[in-house]
Design a protein around this ligand. Structure first.
Ligand SMILES: [Ca+2]
Length: 226
């Protein structure tokens, strides 16, 4: 075989190997950007499958009135790659449009499935503060490939990204109840990034998310990292 032909074959084989790698990785989560020592956890889902350990950042403005508070459509992470590309990391800063800085920090809800944003000290929210929104995120590590359901309850609306893909949104005004929406997902073995943005018009301000099997049971073999 001539030298030129060999070069062509090496190029073809190299291309095939790279394609095979990416096909094999399809659906796998992007690895966390933080060094392992900076990632908090692991934590367990609670007895009903709720995620109780989150990184949270905010608040951000959500001006306007029902039915269209404006912050819902504003990407407050646009200077950091955008909501769809974002990886929450404990301690990372987010500069707001008014030049103030907010930081991602952990909140652990040990006794309640609801994540009540008014209970999160580092958000510094006033009593029943209105017209705001926050982001929350975590990593889910699956020990095997799993068919699961993510079930959400929210007050008020939300956008939900899984591994940088917008998988659900509700621009809505309501009280939060368990399992208001269900999103079936197949999570492959590895680490997956969950990012949710919850907005607030007035009144209570909270959300809840649980991870269950298709028959509604608490998922096993999942660890939560912050
Ligand atoms: Ca509300």
């Amino acid at each position: 075989m001539s030298r030129n032909k060999m070069c062509v074959w090496f190029a073809v084989l190299g291309f095939a190997a790279v394609c095979g790698f990416f096909v094999g990785c399809k659906g796998l989560a992007i690895r966390p950007t933080a060094a392992p020592s900076d990632v908090l956890g692991p934590y367990e889902l609670d007895s009903d499958g709720f995620i109780t350990d989150w990184l949270v950042v905010g608040p951000f403005p959500n001006p306007g009135d029902r039915p269209d508070n404006k912050g819902f459509h504003v990407d407050y992470l646009k200077n950091y790659g955008g909501e769809a590309n974002y990886v929450p990391v404990n301690g990372n800063e987010v500069a707001k449009d008014d030049k103030t800085i907010v930081k991602w920090a952990q909140y652990q809800s040990r006794h309640y499935s609801r994540i009540n944003f008014f209970s999160i000290d580092h958000l510094g929210l006033g009593y029943n503060e209105e017209d705001i929104l926050v982001y929350a995120g975590c990593l889910l590590e699956c020990e095997n490939d799993m068919q699961l359901e993510l079930k959400i309850g929210s007050d008020d609306g939300y956008k939900l990204w899984l591994d940088h893909k917008l998988i659900g949104q509700q621009h809505i005004y309501r009280a939060a109840y368990q399992d208001q929406e269900t999103y079936p997902v197949k999570l492959l073995k590895g680490t997956h990034i969950v990012l949710i943005k919850v907005d607030q018009d007035y009144g209570s301000f909270e959300f809840m998310m649980r991870v269950v099997t298709p028959d509604g049971k608490r998922a096993t073999g999942i660890k939560v990292w912050n």
